[in-house]
Design a protein around this ligand. Structure first.
Ligand code: WT7
Length: 727
């Protein structure tokens, strides 16, 4: 009997826009593109797996050549280029010298137009990296395999710190600067790092924020959690001045400037690492409350980011490139630091929010620096389109490639990007990937592939993807139904595993569709990213959203359970449930239902503010609930499980479906009334209040605590987990 057609993985996925036509790639790009047409990569046939991937290793310089291309001894912990050794910093910097010593690696652009940008050449960047590596090694005893937590804002110190760790063979763990002390401490405890790199202050949304205060709170929480943070190395935004009102803790806190001055000019030989040693940790949210430490390696990761920078971003040495993301997310690691440096390009690095308060500033900067490849997220584009629909106007920057990442992009936003920003002359590249995948997986090749607005496109050459139904059968291309995306072939960029949790790695990413856990055949281990998708007749994939309890707000990945457990720490909160609120700017916003127990404040505004504050304190302003509903009871199954699906339907204005099987169906009517009466506040108007892009492609004004959050009226000044504004 044929199986009955399964329902789409989530009712949210029913919200689909109609299929768009294909847009041809700009012909002029083919003249100098790395990949002028698909034939150029004809060797990358999935049938020939893994052989074609051998060529990607040649994009790197190796200390010792690899011996085994694809090691499948311990499925699904695939290992690439086994036997080889290399150093990531050598690949990013030393290799470009002396030929390109004077080429600019980064233009750092401060938030305030009144401040002067600072630039670093590849030669100067290497000098700074070696100097810091000397400090880390000789003053703090950091060596190969040690974990170093870096909680730095978007300054030049951040890539310098990452590369200094890489040079020594240490594993860096960058925590997004907008994350709270709690989130930072949690990551320090999990990774077992004993050194924290932090900053005195940074600017965001027009304010100067005290970041050092967070380091103090982090230290206290690490100690409380049984960890040992031996030292805190503090970088100052202004090289000659410590600007935080929070005092330095003698013996524990060390200012970076004098230590660096002492080691200036040091030469630190790069430490060769095995291809499958860890290069960095990047924590990411999942279905449980505990963030997952995705461990990326050397050979495979670097080869994949180098390859995708050629194929997808078409970066050439000396190109000017600007990715508006924060380095604190995977987009920044792969496509601001490692990929662009491996490619020898000149990148812009922007502090704060480049379009706040002036939405024309991104185009001004892009014009001033001659940006050829521009990279951002749908959330940033939605905000820019709303604030200044005219875009860059006739005096357009020399854009060839316009990249988007992090969330589904609506076709009308896609077209604005293509026509108004790019003048119809640039390729728009919608890239789908994840923290776990290291680099792009789905994307059109800018000179070679037709684009389809709203669809991320086909898998990259050499890869095979499928959209599976509930039983694990592939949906035929062109099927009207949605299913679950899987990547069938392994690829070099996939993480090595989850830090300290092999079992969770296998279960989370491979458990769903693996039928034989003993199989050594990679074909039995499709990678499951937890995204719902549709596949069109051409094999282009349209991503519909997460099918787990992850909310994608402004391209930030937020775990529902993390937010719920933060809310449950408020003493009077008895139950908490998080659902996504469809949001015109952010894609999704966080909706939080709480059922109170004894002790709830009489004033509902104060009660809601208390819950929101707990979430911000625990995670950071990016997770701030857009709306908190205090409700008498939650819809529950007879076994007592909260039916988030019903709540999500009410919030999205959909029919909650058949609720007769609930233990308390009558509560649904009451809840519908509460939700209707307390509509989420509309996003606030321009400037610091506008939500910006996050994990995907750019900064989020609301993240920094300087005016963010849609329900600003409920915020207590200062102490809500974000660095306090000091000016
Ligand atoms: C999740 C991964 C990839 C770097 C930034 C986010 C969503 C990512 C797209 C896209 C639709 C996308 C997916 C994915 N996502 N890119 N082009 N179209 N959705 O990395 O924080 O690991 O989040 O972001 O849901 O699973 P991340």
């Amino acid at each position: 009997m044929p199986p009955s057609p399964p329902p789409p993985p989530s009712p949210d996925l029913a919200a689909l826009w109609p299929e768009e036509g294909l847009v041809p790639p700009p012909r002029r790009l083919a003249e100098r593109a790395h990949v002028p047409d698909r034939a150029a990569l004809a060797a990358f046939r999935a049938e020939d797996f893994p052989r074609p991937f051998a060529a990607l290793a040649d994009l790197l310089v190796w200390t010792t050549p690899w011996r085994t291309l694809f090691d499948d001894t311990r499925p699904p912990f695939w290992r690439w280029y086994e036997g080889g050794t290399l150093n990531a910093c050598t690949n990013a910097l030393d290799r470009h010298l002396p030929a390109a010593r004077d080429r600019i690696a980064y233009h750092w652009i401060p938030e305030a137009e009144s401040e002067s940008p600072r630039s670093l050449t590849y030669g100067e960047l290497l000098e700074r990296v070696e100097t810091l590596a000397a400090v880390l090694r000789d003053d703090f005893g950091i060596g190969p395999g040690d974990r170093v937590t870096i909680h730095l804002p978007m300054s030049l110190d951040l890539p310098v710190a990452m590369l200094a760790c890489a040079r020594l063979g240490a594993i860096h763990s960058v925590v997004f600067s907008g994350f709270s002390a709690r989130a930072c401490a949690e990551r320090i405890l999990d990774s077992g790092s004993r050194l924290l790199l932090t900053a005195d202050v940074y600017r965001r949304g027009g304010a100067v924020l005290d970041h050092k205060a967070k380091a103090d709170a982090t230290h206290a929480l690490v100690t409380e959690g049984g960890g040992r943070l031996e030292a805190v190395l503090v970088f100052t935004r202004d090289p000659d001045r410590y600007a935080s009102p929070t005092p330095l803790h003698p013996g524990r806190d060390r200012l970076a400037a004098p230590l660096l001055a002492h080691r200036r000019g040091a030469r630190i030989p790069p430490v060769p690492r095995a291809s499958n040693d860890g290069l960095f940790l990047m924590y990411s949210s999942g279905t449980t409350g505990k963030p997952k430490g995705c461990l990326h390696g050397h050979g495979g990761y670097l080869a994949w980011v180098a390859a995708t920078c050629r194929w997808v971003l078409d970066l050439h040495p000396g190109d000017v490139y600007w990715c508006m993301a924060d380095i604190g997310w995977i987009t920044g690691h792969s496509y601001i630091v490692y990929g662009p440096l491996l490619s020898g390009v000149t990148s812009l690095l922007t502090e704060g929010v480049p379009y706040d308060p002036d939405p024309g500033r991104p185009w001004c900067l892009a014009r001033r620096y001659g940006v050829r490849v521009f990279h951002t997220s749908p959330t940033a584009l939605r905000a820019l389109r709303r604030l200044a629909p005219e875009g860059p106007g006739a005096d357009r920057p020399p854009f060839d490639i316009l990249v988007t990442v992090g969330e589904p992009i609506e076709p009308h936003v896609w077209r604005w990007y293509h026509e108004t920003v790019g003048g119809g002359r640039a390729a728009v590249v919608d890239t789908w990937w994840q923290t776990e995948t290291g680099g792009h997986i789905l994307a059109t090749l800018p000179a070679a592939d037709p684009m389809r607005p709203g669809s991320a496109g086909p898998p990259l050459p050499g890869l095979e993807v499928a959209v599976l139904d509930e039983e694990g059968h592939p949906l035929p291309p062109g099927a009207e139904r949605a299913g679950t995306l899987v990547v069938r072939t392994p690829w070099p960029g996939l993480m090595l595993g989850l830090w300290g949790d092999d079992e969770r790695y296998v279960r989370t990413y491979f458990g769903r569709f693996n039928r034989d856990p003993r199989s050594r055949d990679w074909r039995d281990w499709p990678y499951c990213p937890s995204d719902g998708a549709r596949i069109d007749a051409r094999g282009y994939v349209r991503i519909l959203g997460r099918i787990d309890d992850v909310i994608n707000s402004s391209g930030h990945r937020l775990g529902s359970k993390e937010i719920e457990s933060a809310a449950l720490e408020v003493p009077w909160v008895a139950e908490a449930a998080v659902v996504p609120i469809p949001d015109e700017l952010r894609g999704q916003a966080v909706g939080l239902f709480v059922a109170p127990g004894p002790g709830v404040p009489d004033d509902p505004t104060a009660a809601r503010a208390e819950v929101a504050r707990a979430v911000v304190e625990r995670i950071g302003p990016i997770a701030r609930p857009h709306q908190v509903w205090i409700v008498p009871d939650m819809p529950k199954t007879r076994s007592g499980k909260i039916m988030r699906r019903v709540l999500a339907a009410l919030v999205a204005g959909r029919d909650p479906g058949d609720v007769a099987t609930l233990a308390n169906p009558e509560v649904v009517v009451a809840l519908a009334g509460i939700v209707a009466a307390e509509k989420p506040a509309p996003p606030r108007e321009p400037g610091a209040q506008t939500p910006g892009p996050g994990g995907g492609g750019g900064p989020t004004p609301g993240d920094g605590g300087a005016g963010g959050g849609a329900r600003g009226g409920e915020r207590a000044a200062g102490g809500d987990g974000e660095g306090q504004a000091i000016s």
